[in-house]
Design a protein around this ligand. Sequence first.
Ligand SMILES: Cc1ncc(COP(=O)(O)O)c(C=O)c1O
Length: 390
Amino acid sequence: MTKLPKDIGINTLLAHAGHDPNDYHGFVNPPVVHASTVLFPDTETMLSRNQRYTYGTRGTPTTDALASAVDALEGSAGTICVPSGLAAVTIPLLAFLSSGDHLLCVDSVYNPTRRFADGLLKRMGIETTYYEPEMGADIERLIRPNTKVVWTESPGSNTFEMQDIPAICEVAHRHDAIVMMDNTWATPLYFKPLDFGVDISIHAATKYPGGHSDVLLGLVSANERCWTQLHDTHITMGCCSGPDDVYQVQRGLKTMGIRLDRHQKSALEIARWCEGQDGIASVLHPALPSHPGYDLWKRDFSGSSGLFSIVLDGGGQDAAAAFLDALTIFGLGYSWGGHESLAVLVNLSDRTVARGDYGGSVIRLQIGLEDPADLVADLERGLAAVKALD
Ligand SMILES: Cc1ncc(COP(=O)(O)O)c(C=O)c1O
């Protein structure tokens, strides 16, 4: 790990955190170590495992370069690299929940997290209660003696509800539960979960850290209290990630600050434009003063990324399909955080308590690195196609 002065700017940190060139012949970038076997110099070292690297599943100079860069960003005691963002969700849950435990999970959660809780965790005898995203300290009334984990995701997937993370952490810790947060939307550049009391911060590095829609990776960062248990579970499960993917994400981190700045500016410009359009009933973007979570966003976050939703002004699925099919620059596809803009029709039928009626189809937009004027022109094509249905 490079020794860096204190109080440097975030882009300086991104450019230099992680790999120290002096550790590898002066090369600016870390080596991509393809490894299973690591040799020991003698039997004694082999038996005691008393050397830095012992086997490919247990870490390499490549995973260390990424993990230590992420620790510097998150302020964490340790970070594991796993093969996808979804694995970054499932592994910490498996690490901290046992049969008979209770999980509290925000209802606006990323759908595959819900599928994991309702499927595999349920089969293991772990019960999940979904709670309203707007619930802060009031979450106390849902806590049971066996509640071990509170799962948060702020803003929420697709509809961008903000959570009062410090209030939730205070309650959870008083009841000896730990708090995990899917922080993919903000990245540690715009929100540092551990500074607000969260124990485990989770990222689909597939999104902004990777940044180019060509790699799947997950990152899980823990505070001192949770690190050993998380790390042990990671090793026990053998759920390590490939060196090329890890390398690509550490490479992506170097430009993440400037990319996010661009995503942020373009998304805000386009979201503000959307607010004034006929055919759009509302815009769900937490950094807009019209959003119900704006005050929480402003209090805790230092920026916003490139993902938000619009609600069409009535019209049902036909209108949504007309809108989406008229787009030529926005691609129709899942995921986000890459260089290219994407649009998806949001399905909210999985919600159990946060069943808000938005009054029209919700369309999620990932604003990429293209020129905003071209994206606005594309959205105009979509709105014109909906109008043409009248
Ligand atoms: C909020 C959130 N968390 C986790 C994931 C999972 O990431 P991955 O696609 O790398 O499995 C996603 C993917 O869309 C996501 O949106």
